[in-house]
Design a protein around this ligand. Structure first.
Ligand code: G6P
Length: 367
């Protein structure tokens, strides 16, 4: 049956709001709720021998790879290389024996990613695929198939596939850590418990839809917007900038907040909104100090944080968006919501074609 928008104005909006449901649905096939353990759909595959992981993807799926690198390395202590697919094959990557090559794709058909997959297969890598379309080319060519259960994604700009990819990758990182002897049962249970908190936290994030819609009027007149984040939330800054570019056609850049002093701080003035993603947690103070550097130069900051973070650092910002207080593990999933909604509502204010932005395709099947 043809996908329906229901009560939503756009598919993208509907897909943003489906995230609590589809993330829960995806997690159901990756965790045993009875004992809070991770269970991959294909448990006959022994990950304990994996020495190195290469992750390749494009667009939003690449940002999921960036978050995953952080998780694989901190949980499992397995070194991870990541590349955008269009660069990967042409840099003559060193692929060691016993390597796992992971490909992340909503469609499973992106030409550059598929070509990279075939290259890795020819080089003897084990092929893992995190993919939303179960009948796709990538799904068929996988040794280790890790489906996301986001359902059909129609809006060109990816949203729900991204958060489902993150859910799968977090479960995979925990599973790998267990297999590698880097995570004990108690820690695994804790990770699973936090992952299972994601759907409710996504709902709580979506409750701020109206505030974000109001804030979009502040962003819509801008010519340039900067997004800042740190650690696993740095890729979310990149994702926020990508979403805004894709559908509202406003130039935006994502930066690691600590890197801002090496360039983009020169751009700061009253006309450039700076969106700061700073969940409470180990990196909060550092990000806030970067934010103060922006403020000291007249920068207009929009702070996205939880109640505690906003209490500590929200003063003097032109706007704030309150997120639920969550464990740092699931912050990248939860903070995807405000950056998606901000791009969505800004595009609505500008009157662009949200579901079919100019020059873009849902699935890029040419190199
Ligand atoms: C296109 C879409 C993006 C998507 C990217 C990768 O550029 O517009 O939303 O992130 O392709 O697609 P994939 O299907 O491989 O995840």
């Amino acid at each position: 049956a043809a996908a329906e928008k229901g009560n939503y104005r756009h598919f993208m909006q509907k897909e943003i709001f489906e995230q609590p449901t589809v993330v829960a649905q995806t997690l159901r096939s990756y965790v045993h709720q009875a004992n809070n353990s991770v269970a991959l759909p294909q448990i006959d595959f022994d990950l304990s021998t994996v020495k190195r992981i290469t992750i390749v993807a494009c667009g939003t799926s690449f940002y999921a790879a960036m978050v995953a690198k952080y998780w694989f390395e901190t949980f499992a202590r397995v070194p991870v290389d990541i590349d955008v697919a269009s660069e990967f094959r042409y840099r003559q990557p060193v692929l060691e024996d016993g390597g796992l090559a992971l490909f992340i794709s909503q469609s499973g058909e992106t030409a550059d990613t598929l070509a990279a997959l075939r290259h890795c297969k020819a080089e003897g890598q084990t092929i893992g695929v995190v993919v939303n379309v179960p009948t796709s080319s990538m799904a068929r060519e996988a040794d280790l198939l890790l489906p996301t259960h986001a359902g059909p994604e129609i809006g060109v700009a990816s949203t729900k596939a991204f958060t489902c990819q993150l859910a799968v990758l977090a479960a995979l990182a925990a599973h790998l850590a267990v297999k590698k002897g880097r995570m004990d049962r108690a820690e695994e249970e804790e990770v699973v418990r936090h992952l299972l908190e994601a759907p409710a936290a996504l709902n709580a994030a979506l409750d701020h839809d109206e505030d974000i819609a109001a804030m979009a009027h502040l962003i819509a007149p801008a010519r340039d917007v900067l997004y800042l984040g740190r650690g696993p939330d740095y890729p979310l800054a990149l994702e926020g900038a990508l979403k805004l570019k894709e559908i509202s056609y406003i130039h935006a850049e994502g930066y690691a907040s600590g890197e801002m002093k090496h360039g983009p701080i020169a751009l700061i003035d009253e006309a450039v909104p700076v969106i700061v993603l700073a969940p409470s947690g180990p990196l909060f103070e550092k990000t806030v100090s970067n934010m103060q550097e922006v403020r000291a130069r007249g920068g207009q900051v929009v702070l996205i944080s939880d109640a505690e973070g906003l209490r500590e650092a929200g003063e003097g910002c032109i706007a704030t968006i309150e997120m639920p207080r969550v464990h740092p593990l699931i912050a990248p999933l939860v903070y995807a919501v405000p950056v998606q909604l901000l791009a969505y509502h800004t595009a609505c204010v500008k009157g662009t074609d949200v579901d079919q932005p100019r020059n873009l395709a849902k699935s890029v099947t040419v190199e």
